[in-house]
Design a protein around this ligand. Structure first.
Ligand code: SF4
Ligand code: SF4
Ligand code: FES
Length: 524
């Protein structure tokens, strides 16, 4: 294990680590453009030059391995001169775009200029080489060739991660430019990752650009709910509005990446059609109700049906869009009512999948559904509903019409004397409900999902639910309390702690242990 000294501080590191990685462990910033931990080392930008004692020339920290006894200086005079020279070189042909560039706030050229350069350019403006600007190169990405610093992060991503090679560096010298390979467009399922890794404003997201200045946005760590992979992401939001998702590094789940479909799923979470108020059916029409009144009605009626008609008169169906905490509370309620429980994990028959991140299962929590015994036959419950033997039905985040022929569903639901729908959006089943309870999405509350690999991962509240909609566990703990007389759980963590005691798959887990990178469940 070599020991290296960086700026006067020593650290022992494993063989093979680079100077840049060793510096990161000491929280020493070595500025860099082309290095990215998820890609091969290119060593082309020279921004990471450092002084290493006994070496005659400055060395690039991203491609120099640590050796025992090495002494490195990242802030010496020689290093500072090199940093200024590299920045001056990169800026010679860079356009004066900063005031109108959407990368402002997360541009490494701006940031390093302020941190390491701050000198006036010695090159006259009219002599800059001009290249093409604002070229749409795919459904999600816009290219500005003038802003590119030719770090080759984007081309390495497309060569090494997606193996699609849509972009390439063309020409020579100061005419070098990034452009599409002949006949290609940047439209692979992971295309927008190039925007995240481009250190400047050369590649921007067509969907997000000019929507918001990033310094106004807040970030919440969470997970993507658009398929069973559960990629770790950050949700960017402001004043209750979601703006974008970006991947959050997790080597055990998604490395540094996410797919375009997951990224775009941000738009489906706050659209029109959200349920915003508890609704209770009067003689014909729905009327808005308070939560207290709606839950009181539901609890009273379900308990009455269970008491009068006995085991199996009430049925509870949950989908794999629910959280582990919701499954636990639904099961507790069902046990008290001697209800039948069943689960549905529905995805389109032609759902896209690959052998990298994207799963054919477009639900975030099928593994959690199974772990808590909701793999009962929803088909049997549906048949019982259609036969008129179910006296009260609870549909939790479940749209039967996505799973069965709409006409069959309508005919079946018309036979249910009492239907309770808990959901985020107005879906067709709500038309048949006696009570509709509006729920938060997974961006609007706390909880956990279990991904396809059996990893339990936390999600967090980033934005408030619309109107009077409430977080699912909060609704269910109150319903459980009203039906079974149990004390309300005060947080998602408290519900999870209860689930840990009852569900073998969660043995040994706590919210703190799960942290922001998840933990494998016992069933993983
Ligand atoms: S477009 Fe961005 S990521 Fe690609 S080479 Fe240029 S600066 Fe680097
Ligand atoms: S692979 Fe799945 S979990 Fe990951 S970003 Fe795409 S949809 Fe979301
Ligand atoms: S980061 Fe080292 S040469 Fe670019």
């Amino acid at each position: 294990m070599p020991t290296v000294e960086i700026d006067g501080r020593k650290i022992e590191v494993e063989d093979g680590l680079t100077v840049l990685q060793a510096a990161e462990r000491l929280d020493v910033e070595v500025p860099h453009y082309c290095y990215h931990p998820g890609l091969s080392i290119a060593g082309n930008c020279r921004m990471c030059l450092v002084e290493i004692e006994k070496m005659p020339k400055l060395q690039i920290a991203c491609n120099t391995r640590v050796t025992d006894g090495m002494v490195v200086h990242t802030t010496s005079d020689k290093t500072k001169v090199a940093q200024k020279a590299v920045l001056e070189f990169l800026l010679i042909n860079h356009p004066i775009d900063c005031p109108v560039c959407d990368q402002a706030g997360e541009c490494k050229l701006q940031e390093y200029y302020m941190d390491y350069d701050r000198q006036r350019s010695r090159f006259p403006l009219p002599e800059k080489v001009h290249k093409k600007k604002a070229i749409p190169i795919g459904p999600l990405v816009i290219l500005d060739q003038e802003r590119c610093i030719l770090c080759a992060r984007c081309t390495r991503f497309l060569d090494e991660v997606t193996h699609t090679s849509e972009l390439a560096i063309h020409e020579r010298g100061d005419h070098c430019e990034i452009d599409l390979a002949p006949g290609k467009t940047l439209d692979n399922p992971y295309s927008a990752n190039v925007v995240d890794i481009c250190p400047v404003g050369a590649l921007t997201n067509r969907d997000f650009r000019f929507q918001a200045r990033v310094w106004y946005l807040e970030r919440t760590p969470t997970v993507c709910g658009a398929c069973a992979n559960g990629c770790n992401i950050e949700a960017y939001h402001r004043r209750g509005q979601l703006y974008r998702f970006q991947p959050r590094a997790n080597p055990d789940v998604n490395q540094y990446w996410m797919c375009d479909a997951g990224r775009q799923s941000v738009h489906g979470l706050q659209g029109e059609g959200r349920l915003t108020h508890p609704l209770v059916r009067g003689h014909e029409e729905f009327a808005r109700a308070t939560w207290s009144a709606a839950l009181g009605t539901v609890a009273g009626r379900l308990a009455e049906v269970a008491r009068a008609k006995g085991e199996g008169a009430v049925a509870v169906v949950a989908s794999a869009e629910a959280s582990n905490e919701e499954f636990f509370l639904l099961r507790a309620i069902a046990t008290h009512l001697e209800a039948t429980v069943a689960g549905i994990s529905w995805s389109p028959a032609d759902a896209f999948a690959d052998d990298f991140l994207i799963k054919a299962d477009k639900n975030p929590n099928t593994a959690g559904l199974r772990a808590q015994g909701f793999d009962g036959d929803a088909g049997a419950v549906f048949a019982a509903v259609a036969a008129g033997t179910v006296q009260a039905l609870v549909l939790h985040r479940t749209d039967f019409t996505r799973w069965r022929e709409a006409a069959d569903v309508r005919a079946a639901l018309e036979k249910v004397p009492y239907l309770v729908v808990l959901d985020t959006d107005q879906r067709e089943v709500a038309q048949f409900a006696d009570v509709v309870l509006p729920l938060a999405t997974y961006l609007e509350g706390d909880g956990t999902f279990t991904n396809a690999a059996g990893r339990v991962q936390r999600f967090h509240s980033a934005v408030p639910p619309p109107g009077d909609a409430r977080v699912g566990w909060l609704v269910l703990t109150e319903l459980e309390g009203r039906i079974a007389g149990t004390a309300f759980s005060e947080s998602a963590a408290a519900v999870f702690d209860r689930a840990v005691k009852a569900v073998p798959a969660y043995a040994g887990l706590t919210y703190d242990a799960i942290g922001e990178h998840g933990r494998p469940s016992a069933s993983a």
